[in-house]
Write a protein that binds this ligand. Structure first.
Ligand SMILES: O=C(CO)COP(=O)(O)O
Length: 253
């Protein structure tokens, strides 16, 4: 099935008010060169979502958060609920990023609850999976990704409310990427898992690749079968680089 690609930028813990200039610049590029080949999203730090939302009104750029709590509100100092992200103008939220799995000990079960919270708030959950360097060396990549999918997907997943991001941990921020064959193998495996679990609905869930995607390697990675877009870290911080990745899908002007 042909699914509309999504290219999402994850700013991680980067971005002050001055960084919004990059969003203005990205919005202008997309306006000057209207682009309808892929959906475009930026996930800035939560502090910038509301302002970004105001700035981006009328552009094709959607917004996402980078994490959410499982509860709607309550005594959880420092946390942000999916409803709060939606209230600030987000359309989606990343859950289960490997940096949160590592830094905050997040488990598959917690990530499934966070994804369910995203759905409850009307947000698309972008659920991240991916093996570590040792797991790849040990030849257990598919087993690990399968286990993460099994544990991290809540009930009720479909192509409208969920995106899967395959991000090999060792490829994040390192400049390293898996071979094209390895990317294809994992993406086909994820698609198989989704269709086995969800039937036809599993066909429309987008599967993004993430890990050192940049303008120079995007064309090759995004052309891989079952790669339905990218989750971009470092290269999403600069409008020129991010637009360079998007432009891989072609411009209609
Ligand atoms: O973790 C990532 C996106 O979520 C990928 O980060 P880099 O593109 O900087 O490798």
């Amino acid at each position: 099935m042909d699914v509309r690609p999504l290219v999402a930028g994850n700013w991680k813990m980067n971005g002050l008010e001055t960084s919004l200039a990059e969003l203005t610049s990205l919005g202008k590029k997309l306006k000057d060169h209207p682009f309808d080949m892929a959906d475009v999203m930026i996930c800035p730090p939560a502090t910038l979502i509301a302002r970004a939302h105001d700035m981006l009104a009328g552009t094709a750029i959607a917004l996402g958060g980078q994490d959410c709590h499982t509860a709607e509100s309550g005594a959880h100092t420092g946390d942000i609920s999916a409803e709060m992200l939606a209230d600030a103008g987000a359309d989606a939220v990343i859950v289960g990023h490997s940096e949160r799995r590592a830094d905050h000990g997040e488990t598959d079960a917690l990530i499934a609850e966070k994804a369910a919270a995203a759905h409850r708030a009307g947000l698309t959950a972008i659920i991240c999976v991916g093996e570590t360097e040792k797991e790849r060396r040990d030849g257990i990549t598919l087993a690990i990704v399968g286990e993460q999918l099994e544990g991290s997907l809540p009930d009720g997943v479909d192509g409208d409310n969920t995106v899967i991001a395959y991000e090999p941990v060792w490829a994040i921020g390192t400049g390293l990427t898996p071979t094209i064959e390895d990317v294809e193998e994992v993406h086909r495996f994820i698609r198989g898992h989704l269709t086995e679990k969800l039937g036809n609905k599993g066909e429309s869930v987008r599967i993004l690749y993430g890990g050192s995607v940049k303008p120079s390697n995007a064309a090759e990675l995004l052309a891989v079968p079952e790669v339905n877009g990218a989750l971009v870290g470092g290269a999403s911080l600069k409008a020129d680089d991010f637009y360079g990745i998007l432009a891989t899908y072609g411009k209609n002007s």
